[in-house]
Design a protein around this ligand. Structure first.
Ligand code: PLP
Length: 357
């Protein structure tokens, strides 16, 4: 049976990326060697790394005064790397859920943290808006897409202080005005690559704003100066990321990706609204295009395990909601085909017919 992979992360990647990765494991670039076993200093790999950087720059229209690097450790490593570099006295954080809470915890090791806005009062079911941003912050930190709660910022906010954003789960899913950010980063395993690599897009003036002496690997300058090659970078994840980026370009870039993502999300949110057995959990204007959360409607709560079983039997994978939200979460990342969303919608309709006959 065909599987429809709605996993939140690691998650579905383009079919062509799987195919080319499989080939490269057996014979990378006709070298007769596996991508898993070549030096990261080879010309062939350097080309892959440079291509990934160039494609990311092109697809996101990243201005020339920004640098891009790739580094191991996942997004969670950036939770402490970034305040270590940039939090001298006080930073502002917008608390929109688990991932910002974790980032706040790490930042407190380096200085004062002011939570300038939070949506915790309603279990993070919306994005705070219209909050004031004090001018004396070293930076303001946001998470643009909250993978667990299914909320997403719908525009790039204006900030009088350097704006840092965790875009782990919505990078390249929509156009971004990079010039509004001082730094954008994320783990690659949601929308780009297998686990093991993070991307960092940093405005170059930030390189002069490092506030304390740091171990070499923690300093942002190390990675920019050495073009992601200070130590051995995650070679294989970077290879796959490059394949994903090539795929995004081939289908028409981020604008086209965004159009498709809007269509997929609309299809599913419409069904959640229409279907008497389900209801959405997120404020309409803040609903994520990537992580679509829903629960059983009032009075139908006890049907949740049965629907999970029903959907699983029909090939749906990874739709069980995070324990903090309950219900269901369908992650509809870039590479998830529209047919998978259609299959889930059909499944919800079939289940409704079965239960309301
Ligand atoms: C998954 C995720 C993280 C954590 O990523 P790791 O690479 O596992 O550390 C951080 N932020 C967001 C928004 C995520 O979705």
């Amino acid at each position: 049976m065909k599987k429809h992979n709605f996993s939140a992360g690691p998650s579905i990647l383009p079919q062509v990326a799987y195919e080319n990765a499989a080939k490269a494991i057996m014979d990378f670039n006709g070298t007769g060697l596996s991508i898993l076993s070549i030096s990261h200093r080879t010309k062939d790999f350097e080309q892959v790394l440079n291509s990934a950087q160039e494609l990311m720059r092109e697809l996101l229209a990243i201005p020339d005064n920004y640098s891009i690097y790739f580094v191991g450790g996942g997004a969670s490593t950036q939770f402490f790397h970034l305040p270590a570099n940039f939090l001298g006295t006080k930073a502002g954080y917008v608390n929109t859920g688990v991932w910002t809470k974790k980032a706040i915890k790490e930042a407190k090791l380096y200085g004062e943290v002011q939570v300038v806005a939070s949506s915790e009062d309603k279990n993070f079911s919306y994005i705070p808006k219209g909050f004031e941003i004090p001018a004396d912050l070293d930076y303001l930190y946001i998470c643009t897409n909250n993978t667990i709660y299914g909320t997403e910022y719908k525009c790039d906010i204006d900030s009088p202080v350097p704006l840092i954003a965790d875009m782990s789960s919505d990078i390249l899913s929509r156009p971004v005005d990079v010039s509004k950010y001082a730094l954008i980063y994320g783990g690659a395993q949601k929308n780009l690559a297998p686990a093991g690599v993070s991307f960092v897009i940093i405005r170059n003036d930030m390189l002069d704003k490092v506030v304390r002496p740091l171990p070499t690997m923690m300093n942002v300058n190390t990675h920019v100066e050495n073009n992601s090659m200070f130590n051995t970078p995650p070679v294989f994840p970077i290879f796959v990321m490059n394949e994903t980026l090539k795929w995004i370009k081939s289908i028409g870039g981020v604008e086209q990706m965004y159009k498709i993502n809007l269509e997929k999300a609309q299809l599913l949110y419409d069904e959640i609204e229409r279907n008497s057995l389900f209801r959405p959990t997120v404020a309409a204007e803040d609903r994520s295009l990537m992580n679509i959360c829903f629960v059983m409607s009032e009075g139908n709560e006890e049907l949740a395990p049965e629907f999970l079983e029903f959907a699983t039997q029909r090939g749906m994978v990874g739709i069980k909601g995070h324990r903090l939200v309950g219900g269901f979460r369908a992650s509809c990342y870039n590479a998830l085909p529209k047919e998978s969303v259609e299959a889930l919608v059909a499944c919800m309709q079939e289940f409704e017919q079965l239960k309301t006959k």
